[in-house]
Design a protein around this ligand. Structure first.
Ligand SMILES: [Zn+2]
Length: 150
């Protein structure tokens, strides 16, 4: 799912049941990093790269990339959890809808591919909306706190 905001739907139930335990910033950064090739392709018109290659879209790669990102903010448990949660859930969601992925690299095929992009998107959409409601509510709280009113 290159560039899709639906990955953030994962955060809605996590934020609901474990409020304040996962960093939105590290979750966002790892998702952007993993879809970096797609961002370069769709955003800047660079030649078509391997969008879901094993260097970004495998469980092994997600753990390596998340570990690098986690090391940057290792003093924050919230940061580390966000990096790993974002990386692993990115692969878990993408492997269902991209046949060319190799989620279990070095195994060179995708046993989890079901080809159900639309149904998965429809399932994730309410979670994405739920996340946006949470985000908006938290942003309003933050601004009110800064203004000193509540
Ligand atoms: Zn992806």
């Amino acid at each position: 799912m290159p560039l899709t905001p639906l990955h953030f739907g994962v955060l809605a139930p996590v934020n609901h049941f474990l409020p304040g335990k996962v960093s939105l910033v590290s979750f966002t950064l790892i998702n952007l990093w993993m879809d970096g090739n797609a961002i370069l392709y769709y955003g800047f018109g660079l030649s078509r790269p391997e969008l879901h290659g094993p260097t970004t879209h495998s469980l092994l790669a997600s753990l390596i990339l998340a570990s690098i990102l986690a090391a940057i903010g290792f003093r924050s448990r919230k940061w580390v959890i966000g990096a790993y949660l974002g990386g692993v859930t990115h692969v878990l969601l993408d492997m269902l809808v991209h046949s060319e992925m190799q989620p279990l690299y070095p195994i060179h095929w995708n046993p989890f591919y079901v080809g159900l992009m639309e149904p998965l998107s429809l399932i994730l959409l309410p979670f994405m909306i739920w996340f946006l409601v949470q985000f908006s509510r938290d942003a309003v709280k933050c601004f009110r706190r800064r203004d000193g009113s509540s």
